[in-house]
Design a protein around this ligand. Sequence first.
Ligand SMILES: Nc1ncnc2c1ncn2[C@@H]1O[C@H](COP(=O)(O)OP(=O)(O)OP(=O)(O)O)[C@@H](O)[C@H]1O
Ligand SMILES: Nc1ccn([C@@H]2O[C@H](COP(=O)(O)O)[C@@H](O)[C@H]2O)c(=O)n1
Length: 214
Amino acid sequence: MVIALDGPAASGKGTLARLISEHYGFAHLDTGTLYRGVAWLVLSENADPTDPVLATNAARTFEIEKLADADIRTKEVGAAASVVAANSDVRSALLDFQRRFALKPPQNAVGAVLDGRDIGTVVCPDATVKFFVTASPKTRAHRRWLELVSGRPELQEAEIYKDLLERDARDAARDDAPMAAADDAELLDTTHLSIDAAFAAARRVIDGVFRRCG
Ligand SMILES: Nc1ncnc2c1ncn2[C@@H]1O[C@H](COP(=O)(O)OP(=O)(O)OP(=O)(O)O)[C@@H](O)[C@H]1O
Ligand SMILES: Nc1ccn([C@@H]2O[C@H](COP(=O)(O)O)[C@@H](O)[C@H]2O)c(=O)n1
């Protein structure tokens, strides 16, 4: 069983993926972590994320276990992640790991939940259930600002809003595996949904598919 969640930045797909994985006992892979990890490696060398050779080398030598202490959740790393993610060699270097996780989830879990931008379209086109999670840009910027502001009180919501729109535009416009809803994805707009309500809506869809699959 594979559950795929895609959608724009701060739409709530990671939160839902975590809750779904806990509820159904599935393993969870936040695939954004991989692109953030590659970007972090490049930035930590004071290098330029637009440099295709450096980004590709970072992706080929990348080990997720080594990220434990890396601060990858910053908006700077998010922006650099979407730059390295537009590089096809970076994407292909990370593809195999994601597919293996879906095919053979760690710790013998009975299923896998992956969230990202291209899970339902490219990484796991045969996923059992697919969601495309969205929310209005203003709502997403506000949520991300709430998440980051305690650690960085100088952060302005308007700045986050601008960054999110730039990142979404770059992610949707790239040639290779652009952010897109799969044709068979369930659209879940969380703008006016609490986390609990969004999770309940996702469960209804998943339980319906599981019942039909037997
Ligand atoms: N339905 C919701 N209502 C209110 N806050 C929410 C909701 N869903 C998620 N959040 C909060 O919004 C923030 C962004 O959520 P989350 O990290 O799940 O988004 P994401 O789509 O995975 O983002 P990214 O792709 O950038 O990692 C988090 O602080 C989360 O707690
Ligand atoms: N499947 C994916 C996942 C992520 N990306 C890129 O990484 C950036 C950071 O992702 P977050 O989910 O942690 O915000 C994102 O903006 C994408 O550029 C991707 O391309 N494919």
